[in-house]
Design a protein around this ligand. Sequence first.
Ligand SMILES: Nc1ncnc2c1ncn2[C@@H]1O[C@H](COP(=O)(O)OP(=O)(O)OP(=O)(O)O)[C@@H](O)[C@H]1O
Length: 258
Amino acid sequence: MTDSILETDGLTKEFRGFIAVNGVSLKVRRGSIHGLIGPNGAGKTTCFNLLTKFLQPTRGTIRYDGRDITGMKPAEVARLGLVRSFQISAVFPHLSVLENVRMALQRQRGGSFDFWRSDSLLRSFDDRAMALLEDVGLTSYARIAAGELPYGRKRALEIATTMAMDPAMMLLDEPTAGMTHEDVDRIVALVKRVSAGRTVLLVEHNLKVVSGLCDRITVLARGSVLAEGDYGEVSRNPDVVAAYLGTEAPPEGAMAHG
Ligand SMILES: Nc1ncnc2c1ncn2[C@@H]1O[C@H](COP(=O)(O)OP(=O)(O)OP(=O)(O)O)[C@@H](O)[C@H]1O
């Protein structure tokens, strides 16, 4: 018996007749770090948006923690503990790093954005916010305006604000996109750390990141599942190699792992 926390069955998304995601049946094991990879245009982002309920599927079902969430709204699934990392645009650039996490904590408590009046309430979240900042290595940046953070640190802040929701499952969309090597290593370590006691699903282009992080990997190509397994298995799969070589060369040496 596998203990899946997230399961899709025949998940399909059509855009005016173009099938971006085609009959994807996915099982994400509770407590695992699961990677969703595939060449450009494979349907990863569409799939991610379906799972986070930002898009409604044309067909198919999504079950989270034993419950059918197919028709639910993003906020509803977030309340159930299935939370996507906030986009950088969701970080308030003029507020400090600490204030951003405080806001996220307040939101988790069901508070409103009425931060004019609730300053004292927000301050009560300081301790928890500082603990989260420590988790993501941002303690020394607490008082800096979020907008002034270097890019890699902004992604760490995004993860801290996601963690503020205390999700049972986190969905991360390319957490290392556009990062320097040093930032990539830091985010990999961070995702590993925050994955303790949670399930993580990430869409990721960088196959070295995937090989270092993921217990299980689903490879999408042209909207369908092409292969599934651990990194060693999928990287040796001739169909996977062909799919990557057919559209773009994988990052140097990436397929040589495992
Ligand atoms: N809103 C939309 N309307 C029409 N076509 C779309 C829409 N969103 C995505 N597509 C198409 O669906 C296909 C899959 O796109 P998607 O962005 O999900 O792939 P991806 O694997 O995330 O690609 P990439 O790695 O390039 O980000 C692409 O051909 C894309 O052009």
